[in-house]
Design a protein. Structure first.
Length: 171
């Protein structure tokens, strides 16, 4: 299922980014919010048939044990939908730069999404553990491979498990 999701997102994101007139500064500025949220909304829209758009906190690759327990108890309060690798820094800005230079390809988008597009459902308290420093970036010594690195640094890695709901289509 993940491969299909990444393939579809790659095609759609490439089409979206290459349709932008990057020389029109006013237009680029007015699309800032749309560009920031495009991938997440595209992802959730793809999963509508599985009700993920209404229960988006289910639609993640990984889930913390505390978040899983909350959901099993029908307690959806204070759950967070988290990009395991900060999307803006490692996906969005890189691909927008490629689009501005006119070198963006579906293959390039697929490679970055496949490498960095991982989502997790965590609790509000677990989210606070990342702190301001790690909320929007990876640790300085990250080798750009381990998607769990931020969580390992703050002691959350061992609390994350593969989200059975997403991959078993149990949404």
């Amino acid at each position: 299922m993940r491969k299909q999701i990444i393939e579809t997102l790659s095609k759609n994101y490439t089409k979206f980014l290459t349709s932008i007139d990057w020389n029109d500064i006013g237009y680029v500025e007015t699309t800032k919010e749309i560009r920031s949220t495009y991938l997440t909304y595209a992802y959730l829209t793809m999963l509508k048939s599985t009700a993920a758009s209404k229960k988006y906190k289910y639609a993640t690759d990984y889930i913390s044990l505390k978040a899983k327990e909350q959901i099993e108890n029908r307690d959806f309060k204070d759950l967070r939908y988290e990009h395991m690798i900060p999307k803006k820094l490692y996906i969005q800005s890189v691909l927008e730069s490629d689009a501005k230079m006119g070198i963006l390809t579906v293959k390039r988008v697929y490679q970055l999404l496949d490498k960095y597009w991982y989502l997790a459902t965590i609790t509000k308290d677990e989210d606070k553990m990342l702190g301001k420093k790690l909320k929007s970036k990876m640790p300085d010594n990250w080798q750009q491979k381990d998607i769990f690195f931020r969580y390992e640094v703050v002691g959350l890695k061992e609390h994350l498990v593969k989200n059975e709901w997403l991959y078993a289509n149990k949404l």
